[in-house]
Design a protein around this ligand. Structure first.
Ligand code: RB5
Length: 149
């Protein structure tokens, strides 16, 4: 377990089952989970769910966030509109490590219609276990933050 212990999750209707599986998995690993839902299968709109979880992270209520929608793309785009959020979509474990190590990503997005459950859990593990390396990568992340104004 790393220093990042509080994890917020959110999704749209396309990813409820995988989100709940991830929540149970990381709770079993000892993380404190805030699951913002939704829990019922009606069609919903990914921007509001991405924004809610992103604001949770930006406010410091969780250390890291995990988002899911069908592709992971739309909910990632919404989250990245919130100041202070760096969210990447990952379909492989290398990228999940690198968005933490080099980009200091504070949110991970996964496409529930893209990756299977086993790979999704490995992606989550890679993201949560990896620490930001700082140094020259810090300079570059600071440059991203400056773009926010
Ligand atoms: C919902 O059908 C789908 O558009 C959504 O889950 C996501 O893939 C959008 O990026």
């Amino acid at each position: 377990m790393t220093a990042s212990k509080r994890i917020v999750l959110s999704s749209d209707h396309a990813a409820i089952a995988l989100r709940q599986t991830i929540a149970k998995h990381i709770e079993a690993l000892g993380y404190t989970v805030t699951d913002l839902g939704p829990t019922t299968p009606e069609s919903t709109h990914y921007p509001k769910h991405g924004e809610a979880a992103a604001r949770h992270v930006a406010a410091g209520e969780s250390d890291l966030g995990i988002l899911l929608c069908g592709t992971g793309q739309g909910i990632m785009m919404a989250a990245n509109k919130v100041k202070g959020i760096r969210c990447g979509v990952c379909s492989d474990t290398f990228s999940a490590q690198m968005i933490r190590a080099h980009n200091d990503a504070n949110m991970l997005s996964i496409g529930a219609r893209v990756v299977g459950e086993g790979l999704a859990l490995e992606i989550v593990d890679a993201f949560l276990k990896t620490e930001f390396e700082g140094g020259r990568h810090g300079t570059r992340v600071d440059m991203i933050t400056e773009i926010e104004g």
